[in-house]
Design a protein around this ligand. Structure first.
Ligand SMILES: O=c1ccn([C@H]2C[C@H](O)[C@@H](COP(=O)(O)O)O2)c(=O)[nH]1
Ligand SMILES: [Zn+2]
Length: 179
């Protein structure tokens, strides 16, 4: 085994599912929700990302003005009536058809997002967390996906990705034969 092959062997390449879920996780980092950051991306069958989004307040409803809590007795003081879900934003940010596309999402979609996913012709949902599995909204989402023939499966990986902008700027790619 030559030196290049030896070094490449230790480089942890991402497969496509890891790549798309990592993009969704990165999108989630933009969310101001202090409790649950969610990210999503829509991918066509050729493997192109055609839209992405995260949970946030609607345009014109400032993230720093609208409430992010959920404990108030008054629903108008809580986030849930206002926040746009990650899937809604990913779909709204996508131009063109989503027919037979896949959505990668860091949290299993709620019933409202499930309706959007189905109505836009998305046929596969890849998710990371199912922490709201006990909620009726998640149960209803699964009932609708099953009925509509939308496939869903939980993504699992033990891979760890660290992003250090400074580090990447300085890195030399010589071990991959780029110079
Ligand atoms: O399908 C979904 C369901 C929920 N979200 C967002 C909406 C909220 O900002 C959080 C959930 O908050 P909890 O405090 O965990 O109730 O997740 C979403 O984007 N997509
Ligand atoms: Zn939702």
């Amino acid at each position: 085994m030559d030196e290049l092959t030896q070094r490449l062997g230790s480089v942890s390449l991402l497969d496509s599912h890891e790549h798309f879920m990592a993009l969704s996780l990165l999108a989630a980092q933009r969310s101001k929700d202090p409790c649950t950051q969610v990210g999503a991306c829509v991918v066509d069958r050729r493997g192109n990302v055609i839209g992405s989004g995260y949970n946030g307040m609607p345009r014109g409803c400032h993230d720093d003005v609208f409430p992010w809590g959920k404990a108030s007795q008054d629903p108008l003081e809580n986030k849930h009536l206002y926040v746009c879900h990650a899937e809604l934003n990913a779909i709204a940010n996508t131009t063109g058809t989503m027919s037979d596309c896949v959505i990668y999402v860091t949290l299993f979609p709620c019933n409202e997002c499930a309706k959007l996913i189905i109505q836009h012709g998305i046929t596969e949902v890849v998710y990371l967390s199912d922490k709201h599995a006990h909620k009726k909204s998640t149960v209803a989402a699964k009932v609708m996906f099953d009925s509509a023939g939308v496939k869903y499966w939980r993504f699992k990986s033990k891979k760890k990705i660290v992003i250090e902008f400074e580090d990447i700027k300085e890195r030399k790619l010589s071990h991959r034969g780029f110079d």
